[in-house]
Write a protein that binds this ligand. Structure first.
Ligand code: DO4
Ligand code: MG
Length: 298
């Protein structure tokens, strides 16, 4: 069972529950966290409360809805180098293309403490169908398809969402201290298309992540991974994020990438990125190249 937010009309965003048969039922709550709080108030699971609304007449089929982000995540954080594939790709960038190189990325992959970084704010985060941007000062940019955890202020995992941690491999590889610039700019993060309720998932490690990239209607990349390839546990990542930190209800934690396009690949203006997570759905975003402003130094 999934939660979405769709455009009811020009002025209204409607929260709704989607059944496994793809029927949409409106929920009488303004946003995802109000719905979660109502379930808590009634002493029910979010799944049980959602199910109560599915006895009504469905309002729509899922494929006919115009989706937005299912929630306005106040902050998006991200874990890095949590899969072997990401460690190897980071080593390649940091050593100007040496295959089998070892660097500090090996150290963080093996360390007890994971890498966790600040990725995005609500204003920088886009949803289904909205453009993700390419930085104007990078020549090597890729999507990072990741399983996102929707958590509350205490770190409880409420649901799963697809996320795109857009990344500049050249800036990241030049110097690890450039990480915030390699990761964070306008429209550099996308989340959606739905929140798969945690109560509805037996084993999140069985989820799969698929990424496809289309250029002029032709598929130029497809890759797939299993969440069970993750080096760490999901709760372990959350516990490091919340430790001595102030986290807000509806925060999203991206859990790292395990699907990396070939090293020669870079995104182009007009590409379409699809990130599909089993049970969650497909997050689709067009890509737009930002143009360098003259006022920026050099
Ligand atoms: O260390 C750089 C970030 C890595 C990352 O974003 C990932 O592994 O997904
Ligand atoms: Mg990432």
């Amino acid at each position: 069972m999934r939660i979405i937010r769709y455009k009811k009309n020009e002025a209204t965003l409607q929260l709704a529950v989607v059944t496994n048969e793809s029927f949409v039922f409106d929920l009488p709550y303004p946003d995802f966290m109000s719905f979660v709080h109502e379930a808590e108030k009634q002493g029910k699971t979010v799944l049980a409360l959602a199910q109560e609304f599915t006895i009504n007449e469905p309002v729509e089929k899922y494929e006919n809805t115009i989706l937005t982000t299912p929630l306005d995540a106040p902050e998006v954080w991200a874990a890095g180098v949590t899969y072997e594939k990401s460690r190897d790709a980071r080593n390649y960038e940091a050593t100007e293309g040496k295959l089998d190189a070892t660097t500090f990325y090996d150290k963080v992959y093996d360390a007890e403490r994971p890498e966790i970084f600040f990725k995005s704010t609500a204003a920088r985060t886009v949803g289904p169908g909205q453009e993700v941007y390419l930085r104007s000062d990078s020549n090597w940019q890729i999507p990072e398809p990741e399983l996102g955890l929707v958590i509350n202020k205490d770190g409880k995992i409420l649901g799963y969402i697809a996320g795109n941690d857009m990344s500049c491999r050249d800036i990241e590889g030049e110097n690890p201290l450039y990480l915030p610039q390699a990761k964070m700019w306008k429209n550099s993060c996308s989340i959606g298309p739905a929140i798969l309720l945690a109560d509805a998932v037996d084993d999140p490690y069985e989820l799969t992540i698929t990424c496809r990239i289309f250029r002029q209607d032709e598929k130029v990349f497809e890759g797939m991974a299993y969440v069970n390839q993750l080096k760490r546990k999901l709760d372990e990542l959350v516990s490091y994020l919340v430790l001595d930190n102030e986290i807000y209800d509806g925060t999203v934690l991206l859990t790292g990438t395990c699907v990396v396009p070939p090293n020669e690949f870079t995104l182009n203006d007009g590409d379409i990125i699809e990130i599909e997570i089993s049970g969650v759905g497909t997050l689709r975003n067009p890509v737009k190249q930002l143009v360098k402003k003259e006022s920026v130094a050099n």
